[in-house]
Ligand binder design. Structure first.
Ligand SMILES: Nc1ncnc2c1ncn2[C@@H]1O[C@H](COP(=O)(O)OP(=O)(O)OP(=O)(O)O)[C@@H](O)[C@H]1O
Length: 497
């Protein structure tokens, strides 16, 4: 009640009132920077509010750390899974809260029994003894949920839980969530996917500019009305109408192969062309080689095969030289590869572009040029920030993403690798990014698009390929495929063997 949280120059939460009923699925929606994550971090003890109170089951609580939140039954499932691949499900689940046997040693038997009980009673279908590296994305997410339940959570906070799932996994997740609330648990989740919110939520709270602006009954609103409540704009569509594909090959990849440390092919003999004015979409369940493909093309990973940009064989070039030759890169992990979180926005504008205009004049960094161009990106891409001197860490996730997209589309790249370009951005910003991509494409940009948002992938792509276990296994016509059909192709259903 009355939660307020200030950061220098911003009020992230202003007198927020949120009341979540036990046994319900409660969705939190709002545009980028509205204050959703801040509110969830406060509820999970990661941040302290400046004002306001939290009550759980009628009792006022005060959190100093997530441990305090867990103690009163609040658990959080983060968007980025935090599981160790080389451990089993059981080892991952008990990590940090291992049951002890007689004071020494871990009581694996007790842990296994408890995991089985939780899995059975909520229908999660989890085998405690498999290695995490051998299970798919949907199962990993259920393991994350189980991990939180194992610690006694009765209220689960999920941050954009469907971002990495294919359609049938989304349906499964929703079934699981419904099962959890039937057993009396409570779910709070953040999502930018309004149609999904309407499908699964019992109640919706809309946050705008730091404060709660509406509590909505999902049965009585449409996705369009919800979008209007959030951002005051209409729901966009990614659809690309006219083709701008030319005959000129911008990028040609031949026989690209990437091996793992133990010699397994992560990318197996992949070849394709991207022509000027073409968006080549790659559909695949996360972890099927997309990351390695992109890193190989960017020169961040050793690979066999050839990559030709225009007339030049760039296969042996370092990353910076590839960028200088006109390759733009919107990375999947914006924190690891996209931004220096502790540096101000204008320095982040220079990152990866430190040898290019407007960031340099002769041999020197041109601070004035970089600052002016950062200001331009902030305006053109609607990056909500108190200024260009704040640290990148101070921006909300969606606004960080807009900054990266703006930077990578600057300087007229000839080839853009866009990995999940609109992940975490709200519907309004998504429409703006789609427009920028379409314009650049019409002007001749070649784009390699990787996205878990299948509507986006189908809508923007001129050509669409499916990647599975490091190989391109199918070509799909984006004009005639539904997200459900594409989802099945991605999981290998119907794959000719
Ligand atoms: N550590 C921080 N320091 C300074 N400002 C911050 C910090 N964290 C968040 N903010 C600011 O608080 C506001 C709310 O951010 P928050 O991350 O809660 O938004 P959000 O609704 O989760 O957005 P998104 O959908 O983009 O993830 C934003 O203006 C953001 O810039």
């Amino acid at each position: 009640m009355g939660i307020t949280k200030r950061f220098p120059g911003v009020v992230a939460n202003r007198d927020i009132h949120l009341s979540v009923e036990k046994g319900q699925i409660h969705a939190i929606v709002g545009e980028n920077g509205a204050g959703k994550s801040t509110l969830m971090k406060i509820l999970y003890g990661m941040q302290k509010p400046d004002e306001g109170t939290i009550a759980v089951n009628g009792t006022k609580v005060s959190f100093h750390s997530p441990a305090d939140a867990i103690n009163v039954g609040i658990g959080m499932v983060h968007q980025h899974f935090m599981l160790a691949d080389n451990l089993t499900v059981l080892e991952n689940v008990i990590l940090g809260s291992e049951p002890r046997k007689g004071g020494v040693g871990i009581d694996f038997g007790a842990a296994r029994k408890k995991i089985k009980e939780i899995s059975d009673s909520y229908g999660l279908g989890i085998d405690p003894d498999v290695l995490v590296e051998d299970i798919g994305v949907g199962t990993r997410q259920r393991v994350e949920i189980l991990k939180v339940l194992y610690r006694g959570a009765k209220i689960l906070i999920l941050d954009e839980p469907t971002a990495v799932l294919v359609p049938h996994e989304v349906d499964e997740l929703f079934e699981n969530l419904k099962g959890l609330v039937r057993e009396g648990l409570t779910i709070i989740f953040i999502s930018h996917h309004l149609d999904e919110v309407l499908k699964v939520a019992d109640a919706i709270t809309v946050i705008r500019r730091g404060t709660t602006v509406a509590s909505v009954d999902p049965a009585s609103v449409t996705a369009r009305q919800l979008a209007e409540l959030m951002v005051g704009s209409e729901l966009p569509s990614p659809e690309t109408r006219e083709s701008t594909v030319t005959d000129v090959v911008a990028v040609s990849v031949r026989g690209l192969t990437v091996l793992s440390a133990d010699g397994r092919p992560l990318i197996d003999n992949i070849s394709f062309d991207v022509r000027k004015g073409e968006v080549l979409g790659i559909a695949g369940v996360e972890g099927n080689g997309q990351a390695e493909l992109v890193e190989a093309i960017m020169g961040m990973r050793v690979a066999a095969g050839t990559i030709t940009l225009g007339e030049a064989d760039i296969s042996a070039w370092p990353t910076l030289r590839r960028r200088e030759a006109g390759v733009g890169f919107i990375p999947e992990d914006r924190h690891r590869h996209g931004l220096l979180l502790e540096s101000p926005l204008w320095e982040n504008r220079i990152l990866g572009h430190q040898t290019q205009k407007p960031n340099v004049k002769g041999p020197w960094i041109d601070r004035k040029g970089a600052r002016a161009d950062t200001q331009r990106i902030v305006e053109e891409y609607d990056v909500r920030t108190p200024g260009i001197d704040v640290k990148a860490a101070a921006l909300s996730g969606g606004n960080q993403q807009k900054l990266i997209v703006g930077r990578e589309m600057s300087g007229d790249p000839v080839f853009l690798i866009a990995s999940h370009p609109t992940r975490g951005v709200d519907v309004g910003a998504q429409a703006a990014i789609w427009d920028h991509l379409r314009h650049a494409r019409a002007a001749g940009l070649a784009v390699l698009l990787i996205s878990a948002d299948l509507d986006e992938l189908i809508g923007l792509s001129d050509t669409l390929k499916v990647i599975l276990r490091g190989r391109m296994v199918a070509d799909v016509d984006p004009a005639n495929v539904t997200p459900e059909e594409l989802g099945s192709a991605m999981t290998g259903a119907g794959e000719a063997t």
